[in-house]
Design a protein around this ligand. Sequence first.
Ligand code: MLT
Length: 398
Amino acid sequence: MPKLNENYQNLKESYLFVEIAHRVAEYTKANPDKKVIRLGIGDVTLPLEPLAVDALHEGVDAMTSTETFKGYGPEQGYEFLRNAVVDYYAENGVSIHADDVFISDGAKSDTGNIGDLFATDNVVLIPDPVYPVYVDSNIMTGRQITYIDANADNNFLPLPDKNVHADIIYICSPNNPTGATYNKEQLKEWVDYALENEAVILFDSAYEAFITDPELPRSIYAIEGAKKCAIEFCSLSKTAGFTGTRCGYTIVPKELVFKASNGEEMSVNAMWNRRQSTKFNGTSYIVQKGAAAVFTKEGMAQCKENIAYYQENARVISETLAKKGIRYFGGENSPYIWFECPNGMDSWDFFDYLLNNAQVVGTPGAGFGKNGQNFFRLTSFGTHESTKEAMERFEKLF
Ligand code: MLT
């Protein structure tokens, strides 16, 4: 009989969004005549941009002839896409090297898999509330987690505590679920702390394309010293509507080097390369063709149009909450709006209340950690029509 990874016994029974889908499915089965509006999981609704679609078609066409057919590609991603990522960073004022870019099937997989590079007995620092993948993947490995409180008092942007040591630090900015975004000074505090503690920052920038304030950093590498202490994860899921198409990229700078217990220096870039070569066969050529089109000037202009569409939804949601005197965070520089449950309600109770009385699905804050107990998340990724209708129904309830 195999010995199982019993750390799985320490996980919640199901992943947050699976639990929500299950509850909604039960509700719709019992109430087939009710029109449910889903503003729960951060999944996009607009179709892929035309330029990406054309490039995907070109990718398919290439597969039809012996001359252009592609089999296994480089595990790190095709050079044309790695270079496109480098150019994209450069346009945002950040210089990275193509060898530091690893193309993947999305930030969820990479943030979940990166733990392969680190020993089990590290001190892992995770903000609460947080994207559940960081917590679950560390529980699966059996790592002890130290939580740092993100709450209304610190605008959901906790800063390092110099008296607490950490080896691995997770940061997501713009934040999922709270929508809060670190400015340069705050991010510098984290970088300085990581350098001082010889810690690594795992920086999730999946929502960077929603930043409209030019003063806010879209990459941790906008902060001096970050290449010596940070890995950055990003994705085209929210930037270009690739949630179903799947493409992301992870930046592991060559400067990121730590000493092993035998005194040898180990390059994290080389380790990730080794890990990916063994366990990953690369993102499909077709998808990478589509992704490269996103990074062109015209492709980015089309992305911006879609993002502006979602930003209008965020405005409608925020406006309704403000009108009702409900305290909220995010909604600017972020697709998420995070608000206090009315009348001090518990977030899962509020989830049921909203589903039963307005047929609107959101995400209960408790699903992201204890500090989300009385908070709720709505996403701006719906259509204009459904978002407007959801907020009209919401308004009638309170
Ligand atoms: C969310 O709703 O938090 C996101 O869709 C999760 C994800 O991107 O995996």
